[in-house]
Design a protein around this ligand. Structure first.
Ligand SMILES: [Zn+2]
Length: 294
């Protein structure tokens, strides 16, 4: 599943590629991915112009300017803040791939394409999803805060206001949780999945099965530092393509060679040469070095 670095990579690319473009048409071939009646969906987004591409947790937020649907309502006083936002969750295997006018399509633009957005300059955005768990929703931009509040999402780990003190306070609420599972739970903090939780714990020298209440203050600090080091590093490399991930230009992310434990079961630890192990924790698995992580 794309995690924070992968979704943020796509966000930054889309911010550069599609802001200012007007949606001329949308083709939906898998209606179940759109979480509202298709007629309403089309009415709201066709004619809309992309204002901004944001992100909350692993959800992309494509903010649209007021569209025909609002103009038809006749309320001239409606400001752009009453426009709609298109929320896109890529879930396990979703991709958003942008192609300019006349640009040749790769195989990834043709297979499993469930939604295609056509812009007025004839560029296109393809939403494809092999496993079909992803979704598209529309929320009024002015109601986004309420929407995310209802989703009960934890804080954004890369925001300045997310501090070591706040991280410690959140840990205190779940003393019995295993740290690996704690990091995966989006209600604690957002954006971290299987890949980066393994890497963060390797960086901090903390065993994935360790319970939160067993962590020393120095270990909590190290985990916090790991979050703040590894996520931005992975963004700089355009994320990790471990299974299906491709960025908005259809390219693979470059972070995989930097992964120290994830996907390296049976290989030698880069730090101490012990053999990397993989264990099951609930329905997930954790990769770790039994010597470096205590
Ligand atoms: Zn090691």
């Amino acid at each position: 599943m794309p995690e924070l670095p992968e979704v943020e990579t796509i966000r930054r690319q889309l911010q550069r590629l599609i802001v200012g473009k007007k949606i001329r048409e949308v083709k939906v071939s898998l209606p179940k991915m759109v979480k509202l009646p298709l007629n309403d969906f089309r009415k709201i987004i066709i004619g809309g112009t992309i204002k901004r591409v944001g992100r909350r947790a692993k959800i992309l937020i494509i903010e649209l300017s007021s569209t025909r649907a609002l103009v038809k309502g006749g309320d001239k006083a409606l400001s752009s803040s009453t426009g709609w936002s298109l929320l896109i969750h890529l879930k396990l295997s979703g991709r958003l791939i942008f192609r300019k006018k006349g640009e040749k399509l790769g195989p990834e633009d043709i297979k499993w394409n469930h939604l295609i957005y056509y812009f007025s300059d004839d560029s296109r955005l393809f939403h494809n999803d092999l496993r079909q768990f992803g979704y598209v929703k529309l929320v009024k931009s002015g109601e986004l805060l309420d929407f995310f509040k209802k989703e009960k999402l934890g804080p954004e780990p890369l925001e300045k206001k997310f501090t070591l003190a706040e991280f410690s306070a959140i840990l205190k609420k779940k003393p019995k949780a295993k740290i690996k599972q704690f990091l995966l739970d989006q209600q604690n903090l957002t954006g971290i999945g299987n890949i980066y939780s393994d890497e963060i714990l390797f960086f901090s020298g903390v065993h994935p099965l360790k319970r939160v209440h067993e962590l020393k203050p120095s270990e909590i600090k190290k985990v916090f530092e790991g979050i703040r080091k590894i996520l931005p590093e992975a963004i700089r490399f355009g994320g990790s393509s471990v299974r299906d991930f491709l960025d908005a230009l259809g390219r693979e992310g470059g972070y995989v060679p930097n992964l120290k434990v994830y996907g390296r079961e049976g290989e030698k630890c880069s730090r101490c040469k012990a053999i990397i192990k993989r264990i099951k924790i609930g329905s997930r698995s954790a990769h770790f070095c039994p010597k470096c992580q205590k």
